[in-house]
Design a protein around this ligand. Sequence first.
Ligand SMILES: [Mn+2]
Length: 259
Amino acid sequence: MKTLLVGDLHLKSQLILPIVDNVIKDNNVKRVILLGDYVDFPGQTNNINLYARDLTFLFSWKKNMEANGLEVINIIGNHDADYLINFVSQYSVENIEVFFAIKEQLKELGLQVAYQLNDFLISHAGYTTLFNPEPWHFEKITSRHLHKLEELADSIGTKRGGLFETGSPLWADLSELKEKTNLKHPKQIVGHTPQKNIDASNNIIGIDTFSLYLNNHHEYQVIGNGDLIIHDDKHNELTVISTNWGNLETYETLKKLIQ
Ligand SMILES: [Mn+2]
């Protein structure tokens, strides 16, 4: 059975999931794992229409996939966790009523901290020596997990401006994860740290290839090439799939979406 893994979406579901749809069809994918950070977009913290439209699109996409017999796993990212624990950060949506509406929408998605895919441990940012997977990490997050989720959301490593030696599975920078990999889990696939492309030759694989940044002229630029990765459990094999992310159409559609 084939599983497709997709990096951080950051309110670009409407742009990325149609690309994902094609890859699913072409490769007979039966399970999709989204690696978290569904919300927040640099420079768009006041764009409540973007939040509303994109989360609605993501939610109906998931329902549609499930209706067609596919399994969709939603990993939680640090941006999503802030909403669940009522922490309004500098990159959260600014309108407080919208903040709570987004929190409810995220809860509806059914988020979890980690997923075990054969011998690959999947999470938003990865398990370093300071963190071990706990049973609740593999369950859908409910209100009784929020206290523990808060601990993960507060554990930020020095590479991301925190005080911890490394970040939690919501926060670890890819360099922290590579330097201090939890040796009980040598093979991990993560998002969270923007990558130019996916390099599947390492045991620690970063797949955040859809992230954008604002350049000096206040224009959005892609960082990565939109690579996706498929796991086939027949031979426990990974295959990198390239996409047409970052072409002219990407930028044109993006302009329309953020209006
Ligand atoms: Mn992140």
